[in-house]
Design a binder for this molecule. Structure first.
Ligand code: UT7
Length: 325
């Protein structure tokens, strides 16, 4: 019998501290109106002093394990997507494993920036389908606020912190129907943090402080809209499905205008699209699992429905997951 992978439970966590558009008006030359009209964002959560990506991930993971009706000891794989690891090493997945007091199972991070969770889900699904794992904890967690220049209005209004998680378990029926992962490294400089362990954090970069996120927003916007439109087609074709077969779009939450464009491409009414960008901003790898958990917990997404998860981010990376929930 074939082994498939299904989502058994979801969880998420947002740090307590909230930053509104009004708060940002006092920090940079921006307005609440500009941020709402150009991005759809109203507020975002940011990690408190000393609060780390692993702290957020732990809360989301525990909630997902509880929702799945599982125990931490059942987990036999941890895949954690993040751009903002607590330490250079060990991986944040290993730190999370320690927090959960699990010992021995494989645990590693995946780095695909905003597409990170979609990548992590794609990887974990392969482990389950090949019989290498039967109960995977898949997490997207970020403290993106740590790599933001809070004096740069072009980026600081966009991002937020948070974590989302799912428990993925072996099943006789899907579950995950297909995953589609892509990257094109040629676009490195449109969206990046120039510094790093190997290059150093004091490199002389023409674009500014190498510790922080730099983005050519308008060019990224156009690429995101076109690329996400294409991946919708690719995903439906691979499954021989029609647009109308999709019950819910759970998109990466970067900008409401990008989400609207993808929904239009799917002929989908906005009440079938999970939108959290207004409340969370762009939480990078956490955005898709956070949105999924919100819509599962408020009862919108029900068992048996078909969900299209998609994301686009630095790299560029992009991907989708089609699944029956
Ligand atoms: O998750 C990873 C993928 N990331 C994304 O998908 C982000 C994609 N990009 C975007 O969402 C949008 O491009 C932004 C929201 C970043 C910017 O919106 P835009 O409509 O593309 O604006 P723009 O960059 O073309 O800038 C328009 C104007 C400029 O002023 P001028 O040159 O027309 O006078 C900017 O300087 O808006 C100005 N501006 C701002 N004004 C007030 C840029 N940022 C701000 C701001 N407040 N925060």
């Amino acid at each position: 019998m074939n082994t498939f992978a299904r989502i058994a439970g979801t969880g998420s966590y947002l740090p307590e501290k909230v930053l509104t558009n009004k708060d940002l008006e006092a920090m940079v030359d921006t307005t609440d109106q500009w941020i709402r009209e150009r991005t759809g964002i109203v507020k975002r959560h940011v990690a408190g002093e000393g609060q780390t990506t692993c702290d957020l991930a732990e809360q989301a993971a525990r909630r997902a394990i509880e929702a799945a009706g599982r125990q931490v000891d059942d987990v036999d794989l941890i895949v954690l997507a993040t751009t903002t690891a607590d330490k250079i090493f060990p991986s944040t997945a290993c730190l999370l494993q320690q927090r959960l007091d699990i010992h021995g199972c494989a645990a590693f991070d995946v780095q695909a920036v905003c597409t990170g969770f979609v990548y992590a889900l794609g990887v974990a699904e392969k482990f389950i389908r090949t019989g290498s794992a039967s109960c995977a904890l898949v997490v997207g967690a970020e403290t993106f606020s740590r790599i933001i220049d809070w004096s740069d209005r072009g980026t600081c209004v966009l991002f937020g912190d948070g974590a989302g998680a799912v428990v993925l378990e072996a099943a006789d029926e899907p579950g995950i129907l297909s995953t589609h992962l892509h990257a094109d490294g040629a676009y490195e400089n449109l969206l990046h943090v120039p510094g790093g362990v190997s290059r150093g954090f004091d490199v002389d970069d023409a674009e500014g402080d190498p510790r922080y996120t730099h983005m050519k927003g308008n060019e990224v916007f156009k690429m995101a809209v076109n690329t996400l439109g294409r991946i919708v087609d690719e995903t439906l074709q691979a499954n021989d499905m029609k647009k109308s077969d999709v019950d819910w779009l759970v998109p990466h939450q970067a900008n409401i205008r990008i989400i609207n464009a993808t929904a239009r491409k799917l002929n989908m009414a906005m009440d079938k699209v999970v939108v959290t960008v207004d409340q969370h901003g762009n939480t990078s790898a956490a955005s898709v699992p956070l949105a999924l958990d919100v819509a599962v917990r408020d009862g919108r997404i029900r068992r048996g429905e078909v969900l299209l998860l998609e994301a686009f981010g630095g790299g560029f990376t992009w991907g989708s997951v089609l699944l029956r929930y």
